[in-house]
Design a protein around this ligand. Sequence first.
Ligand SMILES: NC(=O)c1ccc[n+]([C@@H]2O[C@H](COP(=O)([O-])OP(=O)(O)OC[C@H]3O[C@@H](n4cnc5c(N)ncnc54)[C@H](OP(=O)(O)O)[C@@H]3O)[C@@H](O)[C@H]2O)c1
Length: 304
Amino acid sequence: MTVKRAKLSCDGPELSEIAFGTWRILDQDPLPSAADIATRLEKCLELGITTIDTAEIYGGYTVEAAVGTGLAESADFKGAFEVVTKCGIDVPSETKAGVTLPHYNATAENLVNCAEKSLRHLGVDSIDLFLVHRPDWFTPAEETAKGLDQLISSGKIKHAGVSNYTRDQFELLDSIVNQRLVTNQVEINLLNMDALYDGSLAQCEQRKIRPMGWSVLGGGELFGDSIQARRLREAFEKIREKYDGAGDDALATAWVMAHPSRPLAITGSNKIERIESQAQAGSIQLERQDWYELWSAAKGQSVP
Ligand SMILES: NC(=O)c1ccc[n+]([C@@H]2O[C@H](COP(=O)([O-])OP(=O)(O)OC[C@H]3O[C@@H](n4cnc5c(N)ncnc54)[C@H](OP(=O)(O)O)[C@@H]3O)[C@@H](O)[C@H]2O)c1
């Protein structure tokens, strides 16, 4: 089984349908070495997971550099991965002079500075996909667009997109940038279906751009003790046999990927065997009633 590839939009990059998420990679004791990260990257490549999702802010601004050291461990990694990174969240840190409280900053100057820093930390010549991490209500869209345009024309980034944008915010920025936005990275999972209702997935479907789904396992909450999580696990059990005994993680991820906007899914586990299990999701085609079985278990009711 190899994870399939997907073009995000007609002018967008080709990524693996399942991406390797790095938010939590340093949430481990002891911290993973460069060799440990390289081992995970190697396993991802074996599975066909060629896309790395990271962000400036992850790990208190330390994850990008850790990913860079992992990528530097093997000559085979050169050019083997597509790198997606995000910027525009500032929190107080030794590395952020003058930041005294958490805030968003999607000004052209900050986007350009962040991208240049990401290039250095990740050790790559160009960022395949650069996302504005969160909408910055204080910055005019014209200003954000200027930064993205500048980064694309200088070759520092190949494509631009956004994350956690509402429909209107997406429309606004997309109407100004020179090169169309190629994705909106949003939270979508069985425990948080907001993206089904707020129009963000429908907008992607309409525009023929593929969203990227984050926390597709609800940040691990699917495996917790809540009534909702327990109901869902019973529902997974009920349908599992039909899908060759796929794990709860793969079924939950397949549920996200089945939306007509065809979201890509970002993994979040630090365990290789779990990434391997979740990677099965791309080859699972949930049947209509099974998809609704999971929806109903999540909601605790059948459709109205
Ligand atoms: N754009 C944004 O604003 C945004 C926000 C958040 C995240 N992201 C991206 O999305 C990626 C994924 O997000 P996420 O980490 O929240 O994803 P997730 O896959 O929903 O959650 C990962 C968590 O679930 C746990 N888990 C996975 N399988 C499990 C199992 N079978 N039993 C118990 N626990 C299990 C993992 O623990 P183990 O490590 O122990 O397996 C990990 O702590 C991030 O790495 C990041 O790249 C983007």
